[in-house]
Design a protein around this ligand. Sequence first.
Ligand code: GLY
Length: 546
Amino acid sequence: MQSDEIRSRFLKFFEKRGHKIISSSSLVPGDPTVLFTTAGMQQFKPYYTAPENALRDFSSKNTTSAQKCVRTVDIDEVGDSTHLTFFEMLGNFSFGGYGRHNAINYAHEFITKELGLEISYVTFYKGEGVVPRDEESKDIWAELGVRDIREDGKDVFWGPTGDSGPCGPTTEIYCKNADGQDVEIWNIVFNEYFCDGSREKLDKGEAKLKKLDVLGVDTGMGLERLAATVQKKKDVYQTDLFNNEKTREKRVVADHVKASLFMISDGVLPSNAGRGYILRRLIRRAVRFSKNPLSEEIEKIKKIYKGVYILDDKGEIKKEEDKFRETLAKGIKEFEKGIDPFILFTTCGFPIELTLELAKEKGKEINLEDFNKKMAEHQRLSQTASAGMFKGGLANHNEKTIKLHTAHHLLLAGLQAIVDKNIKQRGSNITEERLRIDFLCDHKLTDEEKKKVEDWVNDKIKSGLNVVRKEMPLAEAQKIGAEMEFGAKYPETVSVYFIEDKNSNPISKEFCGGPHVKNTSELGQFKIQKEEAVSQGTRRIKAILA
Ligand code: GLY
């Protein structure tokens, strides 16, 4: 059975049983606290807490989908027989339509009757804290005649995805692969709780569970692994979703180019931050393992998914490939000479993960602590919203831009002090000549307001105030009300820049990677050049230092 058939049989099976077929959502999720779509349930997250909306939106309490997913925790493991960065997840979901009985019966029927597979064993949750042992699932499996039913702990408790969300106990189905080994095929989640923190927090005992009004069902079955089992192949690369790649190198290239092609088709572009950085790492790692142009791989992948997904990388993979191929050979030579990984990153574009992998292969030691120290500044720039201030990377950190950067912080504080304390920054850009800030404001600034803001900033410059950087936990920085950019993703520990008055009270505090001047007296004369509208409710100021 070809994978296209498995996919469509799955969707039809559930459609026949009252599920609405929903298309895959984008790999870039709506939830800003998650980097990529990692599970089928993500696009349905809101329905578990508001199940009444499912009927309104889908004309059914139950949905089914084949979802594009990217999971990037194990990039370095790709190339063995099980790890993939891109995969499709088949799933059925219910928001109060049915519970354990139907969910388990559907799964059993699909696996044993529709696909004709034998279940080797299933698992159920043994219970912990407020969550009881899942006796009901255990009994349902027993009634269906499954003999090997095993209890398990944390591995069979799902979620939440992102910084909070639905979660609950799961029951998993294992089948034998062509090597006779048991592999997990299907994960059936019973979303019975809402967790007010992330999975990490939940595991540390720092988040609370609240029972949901309605039991939700959320299942996930990886298409590639299922296809390998159905097609009796030893690994996913021998299914029709790949091209029978046999070496680790070829597998890495096939997986990474596929993930990159899907990511770019969903609007991600290579960059040094967030999703863009993951994409860059994937393309560069593929380049390292491929002697042939990646375009050959792209064509093969498009053929596999023809008729299922529209894939177009708009030449972006080649652009990134050309750029990296140029420095790759030089970088490897430098690496062999024992060059600093930080220099490899900045001059040859070697992501640290690549350097570490090279080091492992060649049995060399890398001083990661030293690298991290040197990179701290750079990474903060990438991870904070202020990254936009220094478009084009570190190269722009000269005296002029550093001064304008500090003036930028003063200007935002000045706008809040003079025009409206609720003004929020929406974007920024700094060149050697000028700074630019976009901010939310409901009116065009009057000449008087502009003059007052200018005077306010110049007064702070004349006063010679200290600019101080402090590192603190994200939560603390949020608590003290440091300026941050809406929707941006921040690391656990952040750097905050304070501009302090003579009594050490902050007149400005912003999440920022820097760098900044030490004292505002270094700035010179501040002047607003232009104030204009960008869009409804958003204004833009360009200003200079003379
Ligand atoms: N949401 C269930 C799974 O991805 O396994």
